[in-house]
Design a protein around this ligand. Sequence first.
Ligand SMILES: Nc1ncnc2c1ncn2[C@@H]1O[C@H](COP(=O)(O)OP(=O)(O)OP(=O)(O)O)[C@@H](O)[C@H]1O
Ligand SMILES: [Mg+2]
Length: 431
Amino acid sequence: MTATTFEKLSEKQKQVFRWAFATNYKAIICDGAVRSGKTICMIAAFIHWAMHEFNGATFGICGKTVASAERNIIRPLRSIADITAYFRLRYSASTHLLTVENREKCNYFFVFGGKDESSYELLQGITLSGIFLDEVALMPESFVNQAVARTLSVKKARYWFNCNPEGPTHWFFQQWVLRAKEQNALHLHFLMSDNPTLDKEQLREAETRFSGVFYDRYIRGLWVVADGVIYSMFDASQNVLPDVPFRPERELIAVDYGTFNPCVFLHIYAAGTGDGIAHFIDREYYHNGRGEAVGAAVQKDDEQYARDMLAFTGGRKDIPIIVDPSASSFITRLRHDGFTNVCPAKNAVAKGIAAVSVELTGRRLTFSPDCVNTLREIPSYVWDVKHAERTGEDRPLKINDHCCDALRYGVYFDILANAGMRPSVSGRGAR
Ligand SMILES: Nc1ncnc2c1ncn2[C@@H]1O[C@H](COP(=O)(O)OP(=O)(O)OP(=O)(O)O)[C@@H](O)[C@H]1O
Ligand SMILES: [Mg+2]
């Protein structure tokens, strides 16, 4: 890994360093666009601040999970020349402890995962002199409150928060961003142009990748509601093609399972890696257990669906089958029937949708006109605004969502499998 140096810091990034050393704020909140240089400058400033102010103290570095914190924070941190020139860093992956020292001082930084049950328990017994919460909007509020509570006995303790925006009812927006003044927090809003390493061409290219609510959140950095049609960027004249527009490198089947509700299998061709992944949905299986007309309902059991799967794959049992993670009995059935590559899908709803949206926007996700049910559902796949108002969490309304759920299971799984751990949508860890 090449060393990162801060030869150039943007004005916004300089403000982060100034905040740490020259102000009395208790907290800093950096929110805004993806790849805007929040994490890298904050973690460097955090370490410098901690080493300047404390000796023999313990701190918390938190990501959504321990693994994402190690990937997005600890690894990049160890390649920042402006840190390694001053301090010796040792990281123990077994204890999740980063030790930072120079000739006079030594401090300890425990890595926690906001969504890891075990982290929550560990956090409960510890006193922290500062907490760094990367992608804080992806953590449960209870975890963040607990982390803050661990610092209350340390007068000089500070809180470092960063995130990309979610919906405006999200707890972090309500409790911290909107109440920054009461919380004695400095709020800095980042845009991609605050990352001094991105040139104009890269900025323009990044902007064209997103549309709809994802453009507002990930490019404009705004806390806006996800409402209306989810895949508003879908354009039948560009996303529907008679044939696979690339040479397929792999294929997979995505499954949304239902007994009363429709059960869907999608056959997907894929090619490429990283930001260049393309998908073509060339066939679908759609069975509606309720039937179209009264009396027409034919419910199928797992055994029948497994038989239909075998017919759908043309007798192949080694093709990857990505299944609705809640359909555990069907997963077991398929494995029992000799399918060798059956995987539960990752049900990260918002991220799966964001990944599909980016591909639709870039016209890398295309469909055969034969996928009539999928093409019928896409324009009526809409956000559940009431659910977001109640919980702050984005999810689709649970109607006309069967093909679309299968679609995001398959596409997101393939992106994760072929782009390292991070989907290319946002640079937000495998969040
Ligand atoms: N001043 C800088 N000097 C060198 N590299 C930088 C600088 N600012 C940002 N970068 C690099 O730009 C990339 C994006 O920065 P970073 O990960 O901090 O963005 P972010 O705002 O946290 O993004 P996200 O919201 O997607 O997590 C990283 O590779 C980082 O090392
Ligand atoms: Mg970041």
